[in-house]
Design a protein around this ligand. Sequence first.
Ligand SMILES: NC(=O)C1=CN([C@@H]2O[C@H](COP(=O)(O)OP(=O)(O)OC[C@H]3O[C@@H](n4cnc5c(N)ncnc54)[C@H](OP(=O)(O)O)[C@@H]3O)[C@@H](O)[C@H]2O)C=CC1
Ligand SMILES: O=C[C@H](O)[C@@H](O)[C@@H](O)[C@H](O)C(=O)O
Length: 309
Amino acid sequence: MADKTFQLNTGQSIPAIGLGTWQSPAGAVKAAVSLALQSGYKLIDAAYCYGNEDEVGAGLAEAFAAGVKREDIFVVTKVWATYTTRVQLGLEKSLKSLGLDYVDLLLVHWPLLMNPEGNDDKFPKLPDGSRDIIHSHNHVDTWKQMEEVLKTGKAKAIGVSNYSKRYLEQLLPHATVVPAVNQIENHPALPQQEIVDLCNEKGIHIMAYSPLGSTGGPLFTAEPIVKIAEKHGVKPSAVLLSYHIPRGSTVLAKSVTPERIKENLNLVDLDEEDQKLLREYSDKLAAEKKLQRFVYPPFGVDFGFPDKS
Ligand SMILES: NC(=O)C1=CN([C@@H]2O[C@H](COP(=O)(O)OP(=O)(O)OC[C@H]3O[C@@H](n4cnc5c(N)ncnc54)[C@H](OP(=O)(O)O)[C@@H]3O)[C@@H](O)[C@H]2O)C=CC1
Ligand SMILES: O=C[C@H](O)[C@@H](O)[C@@H](O)[C@H](O)C(=O)O
């Protein structure tokens, strides 16, 4: 299953599972990336805003030195919110840190602009402590820059992240290039079916983030997940990661722990009964208004997600 791939609307194949690097400490992420690539991972998910791309790049270099080939792996990075009017620059900075000539996929990290001339390169704030956001910015303009950057060949594909149905519907009529990917938070406690359905219809591949419920693993004890794990003789983490495969999505699992990095590659085939149980779990949470988003940064912007704005 570690070798499973999906096809993007660009024709590229994208691995079904990748290693996440958000909140991976600089001191640990080099080893994590290197071990992952040498253990069979083919996809690394990075971002400028994670502040660790130099170390991710060192991990890539170590893996290349050990025989992993650049053309056999799929590297993703994202244009951070302070660079959404300077997409080319944002990409160049990431490429330099990663030590690469190109990334396989470049994403718009969030559909907004934070002040590029504010008091911080990544998280500019106003005197009241809130984020310094340029509300007049139109996210479609960022996409136009993404389309230009695609022509340089330094990103083999372009896509979005954290795009709700509403934001996709604003973007698509103006897009010359349909995004290859929408990377969103996705797990049985946040199925985001309306976004997944729209993306399937438009040929936009879903990359699922925070599949384990992000830091702390709060989904590991959910009853149907434990039950399915026991049935297959695996850990709940394997069920949560495998959930995305029959949905046709790529899943990103973050870990800096060697045993977990390796065990997360062991996906299982969830049968119809398992998938039905998981759908029922999601439906029950939706009916009780208990769907749960674990990643919602304090932008104070209504991104059009139904659970919270
Ligand atoms: N586009 C976006 O806005 C976002 C993108 N992402 C991407 O998705 C990736 C994954 O999401 P993320 O939020 O990091 O969270 P995950 O759902 O991947 O959970 C990560 C946490 O689970 C722990 N963990 C990993 N594997 C296991 C295991 N087998 N058993 C028990 N615990 C485990 C990790 O601990 P430890 O590391 O200590 O092993 C870490 O604390 C990110 O790293 C990033 O690349 C994430 C959020 C937003
Ligand atoms: O990719 C991960 C998340 O989106 C992360 O980049 C944001 O949550 C960021 O830390 C923020 O505070 O805005």
